[in-house]
Design a protein around this ligand. Structure first.
Ligand SMILES: Nc1ncnc2c1ncn2[C@@H]1O[C@H](COP(=O)(O)OP(=O)(O)OP(=O)(O)O)[C@@H](O)[C@H]1O
Length: 524
């Protein structure tokens, strides 16, 4: 590493947020979709938008994003590197990655996920009427669904209900309809459950909105709409409309679609300003991602306004991945006499993770320690966390020049690009993922064996960020597997490390970066 740009990580000024990422290219949304046609294109007279969804070109974001192309191709040219690094260093402030919002994380998870997330937890049920019997089903047939709906479910590859669906579906499809507040972690089958409930309650012969689904963002509404279109593929005459930004409806338009999905702001306009739908005719009202909803914008009041205009016998269904107090209060405000279903979240713990630290003078010494880890132990896949985009790019280039298959994930990529990078890493196409905080949470890559904190996570006030630390290293050592976590720490940052140790009542063992023997013993 001799000759590379020297840099001390201590005493550096903190940067401003540098989020430059749009969610993804913004095409106009589809206006309304006819189901029962195997995924029909937008209606005639509908959107003139570019094709949906936007296409990713394969291999486009496999390692280093386009804007890193200021590097000369011969990146082992130390002289060139040094000049570029110095120039980059002057613009340090632009390189802090903003934390990812809940809405972005939720979308990212949906884009990546191909199947149900395994859950080892029990379903807890609290009924509003404890005397009514509690049903649970093991098959979709037991639900006596319409044939075309069953066909749609099987075409999606669902063989049996997920854990939450076993209990939630009988409650959601009961007669008379029951209200439900359900919480379970992302990927456990909530969306599929309420889509099924909406599709089974719709009367296809009535050409007016009967089910309303509120989503927190444009992108999440589109994702849910696609599930409705897929599951309802064989349901002739059922249609879905999107009440989302950009989908302008002239006053006096008669909305004939039976299912309307949208974001609260646009739906408010459709209902109260433009009077496009009669809320009294809505039979099912779904509030999806309530936790994201109250985090993303002040949507709570808008949702309550819509809910108040519904008929008292409209069925209310509310879903959330978490049940913090504000979510629960919101849920209880909006859903009268609710049944509760709860699938406990998997708790991250440090018990299965062996943690180590190296005291390093600067980032070159950190890099050397990293190389020594690779030289001493067998690393399956690794995630390396940096505090700034600049450091992440620098590290990524060094690692690839040393022959590692490495990919870079930072906040300047769009959500779709990030999903692509994570998917490739999951598929094992790259063995090392260098990132800032953007992928610290929610993303489950089971085969990760080591996590490296190239910089310790800190809060805006410069304190140790315990929660981020837990989420970063909680990526490894999951489901009973043993994981390894390495922290590279400058001397002036040692108090941060000790406060992490004290906070989690855990032990982080010191290692000498040059002591290969000690490193080799780690695996024993
Ligand atoms: N019964 C099932 N059998 C097999 N796959 C299913 C089943 N139910 C849902 N899935 C699939 O599992 C994945 C996650 O389901 P779904 O999106 O409904 O979960 P979710 O809890 O709503 O997640 P999120 O909170 O992120 O929206 C999807 O790919 C979905 O198609």
């Amino acid at each position: 590493m001799a000759g590379l740009f020297e840099r001390d990580g201590c005493g550096r000024g903190r940067g401003r947020g540098g989020w430059a990422g749009e969610m993804w290219p913004r095409p106009g949304p589809p206006l309304g979709r006819q189901l029962g046609s195997g995924g029909a294109p937008p209606e005639k007279g509908g959107s003139t938008a570019p094709p949906w969804p936007p296409k990713l070109h394969s291999g486009q974001f496999t390692s280093i994003p386009k804007n890193a192309d200021r590097f000369p191709s011969g990146i082992d040219n130390e002289k060139n590197n040094q000049g570029i690094m110095e120039e980059w260093n002057q613009n340090e402030n632009e390189n802090k990655d903003n934390p990812v919002t809940l809405a972005e994380m939720s979308l990212l998870n949906k884009l990546i996920r191909k199947s149900l997330v395994e859950s080892y937890h029990h379903v807890e049920v609290l009924q509003c009427d404890p005397t009514s019997p509690l049903f649970s089903v093991r098959t979709f047939e037991e639900l006596h669904l319409k044939d075309e709906l069953l066909q749609g479910i099987y075409a999606m590859g669902f063989n049996k209900p997920s854990k939450i669906q076993e209990t939630a579906l009988p409650m959601m499809l009961a007669d008379p309809p029951q209200n439900l507040i359900a919480q379970s972690q992302s990927g456990t089958g909530k969306t599929a459950a309420f889509v099924l409930a909406m599709l089974s309650r719709v009367n296809p012969n009535h050409p007016f909105p009967q089910c309303l689904c509120l989503s927190p963002t444009f992108e999440l509404a589109i994702q849910t709409g696609r599930v409705i279109e897929k599951m309802g593929k064989f349901c002739v005459n059922i249609r879905v409309a999107y009440a989302i930004r950009g989908n302008r409806m002239p006053r006096g338009t008669v909305v004939q679609e039976q299912i309307v999905i949208g974001t609260p702001g646009t739906l408010l306009d459709w209902c109260f300003k433009l009077k496009l739908l009669d809320l009294k005719k809505i039979k099912v009202f779904v509030l999806d991602e309530a936790d994201v909803m109250i985090d993303a914008q002040n949507y709570a009041d808008q949702s309550v306004r819509i809910q108040r205009a519904l008929s008292p016998d409209c069925q209310m269904l509310l879903f959330s991945a978490t049940f913090e107090d504000p979510v629960l209060q919101f849920a209880q405000r909006i859903v009268p006499d609710p049944n509760f279903i709860k699938l406990r979240r998997e708790e991250l713990t440090l018990n299965n993770i062996r943690q180590y630290y190296f005291e390093c003078e600067n980032r070159e010494v950190k890099y050397k320690a990293l190389c020594n880890i690779y030289g001493s132990i067998t690393v399956g896949q690794a995630i390396i966390f940096c505090q700034t985009r600049r450091n992440a790019k620098w590290l990524c280039l060094l690692l690839s020049s040393d022959g590692h298959q490495v990919s870079l994930l930072s906040g300047e990529l769009t959500v779709e690009q990030r999903a692509d990078v994570i998917q490739r890493f999951r598929d094992g196409k790259e063995k090392v993922l260098v990132t800032t905080n953007v992928c610290a949470r929610g993303i489950d890559v089971k085969q990760v064996t080591i996590v490296v904190n190239f910089s310790l996570p800190t809060t805006v006030t410069g304190q140790a960020d315990f929660e981020t630390y837990l989420h970063r290293i909680g990526r490894t050592g999951r489901f009973g597997k043993k994981g390894l976590a390495f922290n590279m720490v400058e001397r002036c940052h040692l108090p941060l490390l000790f406060s992490i140790q004290a906070h989690f009542k855990t032990f982080i063992k010191r290692l000498d970066p040059d002591d290969m023997d000690a490193l080799e013993k780690i695996e024993d």
